[in-house]
Design a binder for this molecule. Structure first.
Ligand code: HEC
Length: 83
C-alpha cells in the first residue's frame, strides 16, 4: 500500500520506496515532531496528517491522500514499524 500510494514521493531506506521530493520516513517515529515541527509525533497523529494534511498545514506540498478505510488500516500498521 505504501509503495503504491506514497513511495513516489517518500523514501524508506531498505525498501523499494525511494521517492525524493518529500521527507525520508525511514525512522519517522524516532523524531519528536513532524511536518517541520508543527505536529506531535505518534502513530495516531501521523494518520491524522496523512488524511488531513491540507487542514493541518494548508499549502503543504503533500496532497490529502483520501485513503479508504482498508488502506488506512494497512498504513497505520506500517507506519508503526518506522521507528
Ligand atoms: C505528491 C507527493 C507526496 C505523496 C504522494 C505523499 N507525500 Fe507525504 N509528504 C510530502 C511532502 C512534500 C511532505 C512535507 C510536507 C511539509 O512539511 O510541508 C510530506 C510529509 C509527510 C509526513 C511528515 C514527515 C515529516 O518528516 O515531517 C508523513 C508522515 C508523510 N508525508 C506520509 C505520507 C504517506 C504515508 C503517504 C502515502 C499515503 C504520503 N506521505 C504520500 C509529499 C508526498
Amino acid at each position: 500500500m505504501f509503495e503504491k500510494r506514497c513511495a513516489g514521493c517518500h523514501t524508506v531506506r531498505g525498501t523499494r520506496s525511494a521517492g525524493v521530493q518529500a521527507p525520508d520516513l525511514t525512522h519517522v517515529l524516532s523524531r519528536r515532531l513532524i511536518a517541520a515541527g508543527t505536529v506531535a509525533n505518534s502513530p495516531e497523529s501521523l494518520m491524522q496528517w496523512v488524511q488531513h494534511v491540507q487542514e493541518i498545514k494548508p499549502g503543504a506540498l503533500m496532497p490529502d491522500m483520501k485513503l479508504s478505510p482498508a488502506e488506512a488500516g494497512d498504513l497505520s500498521a506500517y507506519l508503526a514499524t518506522l521507528r
